[in-house]
Design a protein around this ligand. Structure first.
Ligand SMILES: [Zn+2]
Length: 376
């Protein structure tokens, strides 16, 4: 028998309504039943690492919180702000099995090994009076599905309660902050969200004042900007149908300053020109890009169905039309892509309906490196 040491997605198990005790609320008792069933099948000495979202403690019935604390102290439970990245990293490093019904779609980009290791992902099922185990059903998913799953988690984590009320409108800041001076009529970035109230506030970290609504947002696509060196995200912003924005470095009156909000990315974006690229979204929500004479150039990587193709130079002045998984690379240092999301005012915001029952405001997960080629 192969080694059956495993890492257990404790929150997922504790919420499982088909493990006793029968109740809708999460129960720590379910973890005990599951680990007993696993060890019953694979041996009492089978190692099980139990990783849990710290927030679960507050969702357990009061009577189980003490047990939760005790198990944390004894090391039976490892409680972290955000369990998924931790348990996947443990599984990857030690070749452990994963017991969860979660398909980890939002983690596929950071953990590309998942799709090649489907046999290591196990879900429980009821068998007679007890529990059995079978494959959890990991199958490859398209890059767009991954990016949407990531965005869902991110919006939930950022504390956005009423997505439509925030994302369906354009906003301006009426303070004297840097963004208000740059964009007096309409802020080109997504608003930030106040965690306590769920209301939109200025995305300038030095401002964070409440924003003023300036009308409904037109049909939009979301643009995602990331670093090439470690894959970490620099920013994302909405682009409305009919909009044309400049992307570059420094204050741009109708543009996106990659060097603006987060100093951590300063060296990564240093090679991007001040006036680098024009992005335009037409009424059919097709994105086009034009290099406007940048010093270090722009390249296009086309999505080939399974992976992104080789970078091809985009000559200055030429226009490239881009589909959602295609990627632009600025100065070899920064990638730009359209996310799978679209916003349509007529249809309301179907993509933003319901957060899959996840109502926990997650803390920021640890930043993890991704390889360049698992993008998309
Ligand atoms: Zn402001």
């Amino acid at each position: 028998m192969p080694e059956m040491h495993a890492v257990v997605d404790v929150s997922n198990v504790c919420w499982a309504g088909d493990i006793e005790p029968w109740s809708k609320a999460p129960r720590l008792d379910r973890l005990r039943r599951l680990t007993e069933a696993w060890r019953g099948l694979y041996g009492a000495r089978t190692r099980l690492e139990c990783v849990v979202d710290r927030a679960l403690r507050y969702e357990l019935p009061a009577g189980e919180r003490r047990a939760f604390d005790r198990m944390c102290r004894s090391g039976e439970l490892v409680a972290v702000p955000y369990a998924d990245p931790v348990l996947l990293t443990r599984a990857k490093e030690d070749g452990l099995r994963v017991i969860s019904r979660d398909k980890f779609v939002d983690m596929r980009r950071r953990h590309p090994w998942i799709e090649g290791a489907a046999e290591r992902f196990h879900a429980w099922r009821r068998e007679g009076a007890g529990l059995g185990f079978g494959p959890s059903g990991i199958v490859p998913v398209a890059g767009q599905v991954v990016s949407r799953a990531e965005e869902d988690k991110e919006l939930v984590r950022d504390g956005l309660k009423d997505r439509k009320a925030v994302l369906g409108f354009a906003w301006k800041c009426v303070s004297r902050c840097a963004l208000a001076q740059l964009w007096p009529d309409r802020i080109l970035l997504w608003p930030a969200v106040d965690r306590a109230t769920g209301t939109p506030v200025c995305p300038d970290p030095n401002c964070r004042r409440p924003l003023v609504q300036v009308g409904a947002r037109r049909a939009s696509r979301q643009i995602v900007v990331a670093r090439q060196d470690d894959g970490s995200e620099i920013l994302r912003f909405p682009l409305e149908a009919g909009d044309c924005v400049e992307v570059g470095r420094g204050a741009l009156a109708h543009g996106i300053n990659l060097d603006g909000l987060d100093r951590r990315h300063r060296s990564a974006v240093a090679a991007v020109s001040r006036h680098h690229l024009l992005l335009e979204l037409d009424d059919g929500l097709t994105l086009s890009a034009r290099d406007i004479g940048s010093t270090h150039g722009t390249e296009v990587r086309r999505w080939g169905g399974r992976a992104l193709g080789e970078p091809r130079r985009l000559p200055p002045g030429d226009t490239a039309r881009l589909n959602a998984p295609d990627q632009l690379i600025l100065a070899g240092a920064v990638s730009i892509r359209m996310s799978g999301r679209r916003y349509s005012p007529e249809a309301g915001h179907p993509d933003y309906g319901g957060a899959g029952g996840a109502t926990t405001a997650f803390e920021e997960p640890p930043r993890q490196k991704v390889t360049r080629d698992d993008e998309g």
